[in-house]
Design a protein around this ligand. Sequence first.
Ligand code: NDP
Length: 335
Amino acid sequence: GQQEKKLGIALVGLGSYSAGQLAPGLVNTEHCYLAGIVTGTPAKEKQWMSQYNIPKANVYNYENFDEIAKNDAIDIVYVVLPNSMHAEFCIRSAKAGKHVICEKPMAVSVLECDAIIEACNTAGVKLSVGYRMQSDPYTNEIKRLVRKKTFGDVHYVSSDAAYVSRGNPDQWRLNKSLSGGGALLNMGVYSIQSNIYGTGMNPISVAAQEFSTMPEYFKDTDETITAQMQFPNGVVGNLFTSHNANANRLFVSFRKGWAELNPCHNYGPLAGRTSEGKEIKFPHKSQQMLQMDDFAKHIKTGSTNVAPGEMGKRDMIICEAIYQSIREGGKTVPL
Ligand code: NDP
């Protein structure tokens, strides 16, 4: 029956994340499998077809992609392209009648997020954002401590999401027309996410500052951003994101203790501890496997969509407010 059938996923854009994480994750998924590919690089077609046993009928390029509408083997399209291409391909996927997973950041503007959500609603297909941390057990343990008030109410969260991204100066992440922004859109969204699950609330305002120690290299996109978020009840959140430092941590301060994940936002295994001296520890599993199974289960059974399009849009609203605050000299921007 429908409940037992594995859903077919087509990956769009066979770059390092598709090849290094998503395709290997799909080898072990229970509710979905790698059924098709969409690529602009003909050499990748043969290699992927043989490596993952993909029939020629399930291989598309960016031009003939819309024909995927006629292919019943594909239930879900997973858009893993540079950020400025997300909206176009998510909308084309929805119009083809396919459920959509959109990589983070969801798009390069709130307007584009709205257009994606609208296209999926109109087509009657499900939509989620590639927020693998929402399916991770360490993250869910932090959410549980917050919800259960194990250490009382949260009053402060600090989260860093940064890595040194030098190397190739021609990479699309440093090109604003393809990335939409620098460290904030690439890594800052993780810090926004952990500020929100670390407090269990949405921020009500944000103030931000931008720095660059290598403006000759980071010409087009933000290198380093810090931001302070205010949450209801006087709760404060702190964000650090950079393409020129390594930091990967969440610290949640409660009235009667604290919890910490370090590392917090990478592919794992993550590590954590609490003020009681207890380690937070779970068996390591592929986050991508858990994430794609969560979405396939949502489609098949109506279980919770843990990373819906509205969540991607919410985070993009915060990103736009952070950029606005920077443009306005660090002014507090209400959300
Ligand atoms: P890559 O540069 O490694 O791959 C992007 C792929 O997109 C290319 O290989 C290419 O695939 C296709 N593409 C089509 N047009 C272009 C273009 N003009 N320039 C560059 N590539 C193009 O990027 P990533 O795989 O690292 O990132 C892709 C997306 O996934 C981004 O949105 C990123 O934010 C997200 N991501 C998410 C992660 C997570 O943990 N959730 C981790 C890493 C990335 P082809 O040759 O098949 O056409």
